[in-house]
Design a protein around this ligand. Sequence first.
Ligand SMILES: NC(=O)c1ccc[n+]([C@@H]2O[C@H](COP(=O)([O-])OP(=O)(O)OC[C@H]3O[C@@H](n4cnc5c(N)ncnc54)[C@H](OP(=O)(O)O)[C@@H]3O)[C@@H](O)[C@H]2O)c1
Length: 172
Amino acid sequence: MKIGIIGAGKIGATAARRFIDAGYDVALSNSRGPQSLEPLVAELGPRAQAMTVADAARWAEVVLLAVPWRLPDALPPADAVAGKIVIDAMNPYARDGSVIDFGPSTSSEETQKRLPGARLVKAFNTIWFKHLAERARPDLPVADRHAILVAGDDEFACWRRARRLIRGSRPP
Ligand SMILES: NC(=O)c1ccc[n+]([C@@H]2O[C@H](COP(=O)([O-])OP(=O)(O)OC[C@H]3O[C@@H](n4cnc5c(N)ncnc54)[C@H](OP(=O)(O)O)[C@@H]3O)[C@@H](O)[C@H]2O)c1
């Protein structure tokens, strides 16, 4: 599976390592452009490449959003992710660190409005990047591993694809 990662900071780069360890190919992107990601890509090895945000989203089968929620310009173009599973790892913090109150809505519902064709799934937002880095234990039985919570209203995206991807088993 090809996974496009939007945002290559703490959570994006850590998820990239985990995905590569599970046998997936990743394309990383950030605000400064592919050249700035060369050292990270060299460290991650041949399954990793650097692209622009739009190219990573177009290349990917599954897209991970790992940018600050308060920067909607960081999102990929809506047409690049239409019909694709988009995993939203973003927590809605304002610049001052407070949590944005959406009233009856949620941060992912607001992101879904910006990416209307995407099959949005919330995941990776409740795990600290260091725990994601250090506590992946593929040697343990699945029931004994740390859980990544997966939430959404698209049954296929949540249960058939995102969960399999997170467990690290290969797609059919
Ligand atoms: N840190 C955690 O443990 C953790 C855990 C769960 C969820 N999250 C969520 O994950 C998201 C990222 O957090 P983080 O801690 O990984 O942040 P971070 O280390 O600051 O990384 C943010 C990334 O977003 C990129 N970015 C910023 N503006 C952009 C733009 N306009 N276009 C493209 N890329 C842009 C940055 O690229 P440049 O460096 O080139 O600007 C950087 O690669 C947040 O929504 C956070 O709530 C974080």
